[in-house]
Write a protein that binds this ligand. Structure first.
Ligand code: ADE
Length: 219
């Protein structure tokens, strides 16, 4: 899979590249490129944003700046899913993650300040995605969340100890929440691990976990 990210803060993505799951798939199942709008802006003094028409607070990312960045990288608007991270988007859930994880390539556009000139999302992007009903100061954290969730689905992303896990929202749990997990010590300050998990009886453990998952999901 090939993922491109356009941002004003390329540094924000550096740490992710050194950690799993990203580090495990970089150069293998994933090619990742991060571009800074400021490097290709047609405006002077590396300007990328401007005041909103009609007045109001904050600055808006300019459509000509985004178009110039896409021209520089693709020679125009590419025919691939081009996703604007914005609170007005379709909310990211595991179904959308699975949908995106099977794409050959993705482009993520982030903005800061008051967001995108509407023509960017209307005319240039194929999708708009939100990571939840709240407003962050920029699209970098949402892009990181989307990237992490998608990359986990790529072959080789998870270590063997993780990949065997039955996760929240997975088909194994009928899309429900994961059951509670415990590790040593079996008792701490009087707080005990459920007896069934210490029993060594795999059938009982399995059915306890499914029940817990059902109860949690229902709640
Ligand atoms: N940019 C600011 N807030 C956001 C959100 N909740 N989701 C996606 N992009 C955003």
């Amino acid at each position: 899979m090939q993922i491109d990210i356009f941002t004003l803060i390329p540094k924000a993505f550096e740490w992710m590249c050194e950690r799993r799951p990203l580090a495990a798939v970089l150069g293998e199942a994933l090619e990742l490129r991060v571009f800074n709008y400021r490097e290709t802006t047609p405006l002077s003094a590396r300007q990328v944003d401007d005041e909103p028409y009609g007045g109001g607070a904050g600055m808006v990312l300019r459509v000509d700046v985004v178009a110039a960045a896409l021209d520089a990288v693709y020679g125009g608007i590419p025919k691939r899913r081009l996703i604007a991270l914005t609170p007005q988007g379709r909310q990211l859930d595991q179904a959308l993650v699975e949908e995106l994880a099977v794409e050959e390539s993705l482009t993520l556009l982030t903005s800061r300040f008051e967001g995108f000139d509407e023509r960017i999302v209307e005319q240039i992007c194929s999708d708009r995605v939100s990571i939840g009903p709240y407003v962050l100061s920029g699209g970098e954290i949402p892009a990181m969340a989307l990237l992490d969730a998608v990359v986990r689905r790529l072959p080789g992303a998870l270590g063997s100890e993780e990949s065997g896990l039955i996760e929240s929202f997975s088909e194994e749990l009928d899309g429900g929440l994961e059951y509670p997990q415990y590790t040593r010590p079996a008792e701490f300050r009087g707080w005990k691990v459920p007896e069934v998990l210490l029993s060594g009886n795999h059938a009982r453990i399995e059915s306890w976990r499914r029940e817990q998952s059902r109860v949690r999901s229902a709640k």
